[in-house]
Design a protein around this ligand. Sequence first.
Ligand SMILES: *Cc1c(COP(=O)(O)O)cnc(C)c1O
Length: 375
Amino acid sequence: MTSCKANRRHRINMTARYNFSAGPSMLPKEVLEQIHREVLDYNSTGSSILELGHRTQAFSDLRDECKERIRSLLNVPDNYDVIFCHGGGRMQFAMTPLNLLGAASKASYIVTGTWSDMAKLEAEKFVHVDVPFRSRGERTPRIEELEVPEDSAYLYHCDNETIHGVEFSAAPVSDAWKNVPLAADFSSSFMSRPIEVSSYGLIWAAAQKNFGIPGLTIAIIRRDLEKLAGMNMPYLLNYDSYVRNDSVANTPPIFQIYVSTLMARWIERKGGVEAMDEAARERSRMIYELIDENPKLYSSVVDPGSRSRMNVVFRLPSSEMDAFFVREAAAFGLDNLAGHHSIGGIRASLYNAMPVEGAEKLAEFMKEFALRHRL
Ligand SMILES: *Cc1c(COP(=O)(O)O)cnc(C)c1O
C-alpha cells in the first residue's frame, strides 16, 4: 500500500488541470472526445447527435439503452420505472409533493443542509411539513433520533448535501415507519455507489454532477406511486406523463440523455458503481486526511461519520486565506475550489470523472501550502 502510494506521488502531473466544480462538473476525457466526434457524425449515420429527432428509432434505441444501463448498474427492481424528466433538480422539489401526496395531509422532511431545506420550503407551498430532524450542515441523523408520523405521505431526505458536504451512509429506514415511502434527492451522489433501490419509493437526480450535463433529471419511481397525482396535475409535472410516454412526454432532452448514456457506458467499463465508490472513498480520504493532519490551517464542521465522499468542504482561518488558497491552487492547475457563495470556505467536488490523480495533486498542494504557512 505504502509503496503503491509512493509510486503514485511520482506520477503527479504538474501541467494537468483538474476541475473541482460542484456542478456542472468534470466529464471523462473519453466521453468528451466521443461527444466531439458525434456532434458531427452520430453513430456513423452522417448526421449530428444535435439533429437527432425524438421520434426516430435511433433515439428510441438510445433512450432504451440509457434506461437499461441505469437499471443494470443500480440493480433496479422490476416494480420500479426509470424516467427522464426536465427541469433539473429544482423542479423535483415541486414534483415530489405534487405527485406523492395523494390524499395525505402531511409530509416529513429531514433537513441536513441547503438543498433539503429548499425542498422543504417548496413542499410547504402544498402541504403541512413535519421536520423530524434539522442540522445546519453538520451531520445526518441517527435513526433513533427520528420520529416519523405514520400518516406522512413520504419521508424526504437529500442523500448528499452538495453545499455542506454531508452525506448519508445508509437510507433512513425503520420498521417504525415502514409504510411511509422514502423520497430522496440523489443529485450529487447518483451512480457513485450502489443504492438499495427497494428501500425507496422515489429517487431522483439531476444529471450534471456524477452522470452528465444539466437539463436532465433521472427519476426512479415505484409503480404504485406513479398515479397519485390525478388528471388535474399539469401534464409535465405529472410523473405518469413520463411513464406513459416512455420519457417522450414532449420533446425530451435528447443530447443530455445521450451524454448520460455515454457516462453509463464509461461507468460500466470502469467496473460499475462499486468501482466508482471505491475511487470516491480513496479520493476523499486523501483530502480529509490532510484536513485532520493540519487542524490549525484546515477545519471542517462536518461530523466525521457524515463526511461526504463527493464534496469535501472545509475552511482556512480567514476568508482572505480562503481566497488566497483558491488563487494559488488555480495557478497549480486546480480549478474551482471556492466554496458555495452562501457559506464561503473551500469545496473540493470529487465526482465520478475526477481521476484519483486529481485528488492526489490537491492533497500535495494542501500539504505544501501548510508547510509554506508553517501552520
Ligand atoms: C445541484 C443540485 C440540485 C439542483 O439541481 P438543478 O438542476 O440546478 O435544479 C438539487 N439538489 C442537489 C443535492 C444538488 O446537488
